[in-house]
Design a protein around this ligand. Structure first.
Ligand code: PA5
Length: 425
């Protein structure tokens, strides 16, 4: 069963007035998604598209679970070294576990010298495990963190523990990460060379950290598979409809920014993951859409003013879960103040659900298009489904915009310059 329900009704002029598209515009765009959908269908069993194989893959789950079990047993803290696509998928899934889950899993994606030094100082190396993830095996940020970590093991007289307390994920073949791994007897899991970082959440890259937190990684894939199957088996799938709405709004209503605004803390990292997916995949050849990550209801007090009354160039995707009745109840005797009676006898879930609904209605009333994605609950299956939905939608959009959604050629110059600057000092 598809673990999410998408409605693009709020993108139509009938709901969003002048900011919305017509039925005909949507239908034209939907017809144009067929080529991208066909590409996905044809690529399902192609070795260059492991993204489409992973949802149905089960053979690796047991060994991932075993490795995660070993890590859990020996760790109070797990530190994941990796950046971009080698971190955000794991972070997104890990956000399903509560903050106080054990072991504590920390993602050190942003390289900050002082924060990293503090983290190493505050870490008990005898009760910690480091997972270093780099597909290329040569990215400076995780490599610098790994070198500093290995040195910290040595400084503590724990060099012999490195093989048991560091695990790496990298693509096959020679690279700096694999060479360091060999030197210190660090086990390396294979990262499929054909799987781009931002499309890797359903592989060991995202699933190992999730499994360490005790999450049900099989369900992540089940949710993703349901969405993929829909794309393969039906003409106007959810991702195709989403891509059509985005493309029509961009073409006919000047939409340039795609805001993702979930109403659930556990979906906050999804916004950051989506930012990378959309930004790196489609921002090419002078084309692309600008992703904006927001969170409800907190951003009603920060970004919503802009969304409602700023430039009319945004599509806001609101993601809600069925949370009516959830969370602490608000007792009647404490809410008998006339200004608070609307809360009386309700739950915090009732309040947040009403806020999500009100935001969507207010946006439409203001002529701002809205897409609504509804989840029954925020769990492993719905997260897998959401991630697959947006990956496929992005690939279809890439086809419509005629850009290659894989690779990120423009960032290479900055990497080369960084190396040059360091070599000259
Ligand atoms: O999506 C991508 O491909 C990038 O964001 C990479 O994940 C990121 O640059 C890290 O690369 P690597 O995994 O090779 O260290």
């Amino acid at each position: 069963m598809i673990p999410l329900k998408q409605s693009v009704e709020g993108c139509f002029a009938t709901r969003a007035g002048a900011g919305g598209i017509s039925e005909d515009q949507f239908k034209t765009a939907l017809a144009a998604t067929q080529r991208g959908t066909d590409k996905i269908r044809q690529a399902v069993n192609h070795p260059d598209w492991p993204l489409l194989r992973l949802p149905g893959e089960t053979s690796d789950l047991m060994s991932l679970g075993d490795i995660a079990g070993l890590i859990r047993n020996q760790s109070d803290r797990v530190i994941v070294l990796g950046i971009g696509g080698s971190s955000l998928g794991g972070q997104t899934l890990a956000a399903l576990a509560p903050d106080w889950a054990k072991p504590q899993v920390i993602f050190t994606d942003n390289l900050d010298p002082l924060a990293f030094a503090d983290l190493l100082t505050a870490t008990d190396f005898k009760r910690s495990t480091f997972i270093v993830i780099s597909k290329s095996g040569g990215t400076p940020e995780p490599l610098a963190q790994l070198v500093a970590t290995l040195d910290a093991f040595r400084a503590r007289g724990l060099e012999d523990d490195i093989g048991a307390r560091v695990i790496a994920i990298s693509q096959p073949g020679d690279n700096p990460l694999r060479r360091l791994a060999e030197r210190f007897s660090i086990a390396v899991l294979d990262h499929d060379a054909a799987l781009g970082g931002r499309y890797s959440a359903l592989s060991c890259v995202g699933l190992l950290p999730a499994a360490v937190l005790g999450l049900d990684i099989a369900k992540v894939r089940v949710g993703a598979k349901a969405v993929l199957d829909e794309v393969i088996n039906t003409p106007d799938s959810g991702p195709a409809q989403g891509a059509a709405a985005v493309a029509a709004l961009a073409e006919d209503r000047g939409v340039t920014d795609l805001v993702m605004m979930p109403y659930a803390n556990r979906l906050e990292r999804l916004g950051m993951w989506y930012r990378q997916l959309l930004g790196e995949s489609l921002g090419k050849d002078g084309k692309g859409l600008t992703p904006v990550a927001a969170l409800g209801p907190v951003d009603q007090h920060s970004m919503l003013q802009l969304f409602l009354d700023g430039p009319a160039n945004k599509l806001i995707t609101v993601i809600t879960a069925d949370i009516e009745g959830a969370g602490p109840p608000l007792s009647r005797d404490l809410t008998d103040d006339p200004a608070l009676t609307y809360l009386s006898g309700k739950t915090i879930g009732d309040l947040v659900a009403a806020q999500g609904r009100a935001t969507m209605d207010a946006l439409c009333a203001q002529g701002r298009p809205v897409r609504h994605i509804q989840l029954t609950q925020v769990d492993e299956a719905s997260m897998g489904g959401l991630m697959m939905h947006f990956m496929l939608e992005t690939i279809i959009l890439g086809d419509m915009l005629e850009v290659d959604p894989f690779g990120q050629p423009a960032v290479e110059l900055g990497k080369t310059l960084t190396r040059d600057y360091l070599q000259k000092t």
